[in-house]
Design a protein around this ligand. Structure first.
Ligand code: MG
Ligand code: MG
Ligand code: MG
Length: 306
């Protein structure tokens, strides 16, 4: 039997990495075979590294292309432009996701499980319960790391009651203090000094395509926005290069203060008006008080202004 490969999205975040590992564990237990493999579509970021080290779990294998007919499971995304190369001709078996559905289609029936919750792992927790499968402590650790990451310790507006309740139960299984562990993990992800500007703008970047227009919303977490903005000039240079090489109409580089739950964004391209209609842009910077979520705050605002 052909191995089923599990993929999170490109420029993987903690949810994409942890949920693919968790899904592999679940599928092995449900389908009762070893024909499942967790994969990743890019480098592991510092925050995710912290979580994997803490719970002593190996990172998924880097696999960036699939052959025609390859059975795959997608977690934490569905849009083909965020997925593995060759996805158009792969056989999509299952999708577990918490994003809008777009740029997606299959030729065969598919198991599609989605809810507007804060994290893919919240849905995986439900699937363990539904299948009556016990969650091991380290698997609980991966799931709670993903929830803490996606909801910024339950502070993001994407957070639902379900995420909160799930996180509580997982913390008991994994035996960790949510606040202490969570802040340590998030802070590990704010160590941005080691990245070049090119790496920074790709670290957590999502490309969106709408009506023939392409744009990217990238996001980094920090404990000091001014610290990141010290590199503004060089960041603008690499963003402008990216706009040119990928023919983008807009690039939003959101710098999110995880302690105070605010963002400032470097906004460039010929459609900066899509942000500018809502937030005043000064010297290429939009100050966005209370904004922490790309999915619930930045993306809808751009689409609304389109
Ligand atoms: Mg994600
Ligand atoms: Mg997610
Ligand atoms: Mg994210």
């Amino acid at each position: 039997m052909e191995k089923i490969l599990i993929f999170g999205h490109k420029n993987p975040d903690t949810d994409s990495i942890c949920s693919s590992l968790v899904m592999a564990d679940l599928e092995k237990k449900v389908r009762g075979d070893d024909a499942i493999k967790a994969c990743r579509l890019g480098e592991i970021n510092e925050e995710t590294k912290y979580a994997l080290n803490y719970f002593k779990v190996e990172a998924p294998e880097l696999i960036e292309n699939v052959e025609e007919g390859q059975p795959v499971i997608l977690v934490d995304h569905n849009e083909f432009n965020q997925s593995v190369n060759g996805i158009e001709k792969a056989k999509i078996d299952t999708v577990i996701d918490h994003h809008r559905i777009d740029n997606f289609k299959t030729t065969e029936p598919v198991f599609y499980y989605a809810q507007p919750v804060g994290c893919t792992s919240t849905l995986l927790f439900e699937l363990y319960t539904l299948n009556n499968i016990t969650i091991e402590p380290k698997i609980a650790g991966l799931m709670l790391s993903a929830i803490i990451s996606d909801t910024l310790l339950l502070k993001s507006p994407t957070t639902t009651i379900k995420d909160e309740k799930t996180l509580e139960q997982l913390a008991q299984i994994a035996n960790v203090d949510i606040e202490t562990y969570g802040l340590d993990m998030l802070k590990a992800g704010t160590n941005l000094d080691k990245y070049t500007e090119e790496e920074l703008i790709n670290l957590d970047a999502k490309r969106l395509d709408k009506d023939g227009m392409s744009y990217i919303i990238a996001q980094v977490n920090t404990v000091s926005i001014p610290d990141v903005l010290k590199r503004k000039e060089k960041l603008e240079e690499v963003i402008n290069q990216k706009i040119k090489s990928e023919n983008l109409s807009l690039f939003v580089f959101a710098i999110t203060d995880i302690v105070n739950s605010n963002s400032e964004a470097i906004v460039l391209g010929n459609r900066t008006d899509l942000v500018g209609k809502t937030y005043k842009i000064n010297n290429n910077i939009a100050v966005m008080p209370g904004v922490v979520s790309r999915k619930k705050q930045i993306l809808p605002l751009i689409e609304k202004n389109l």
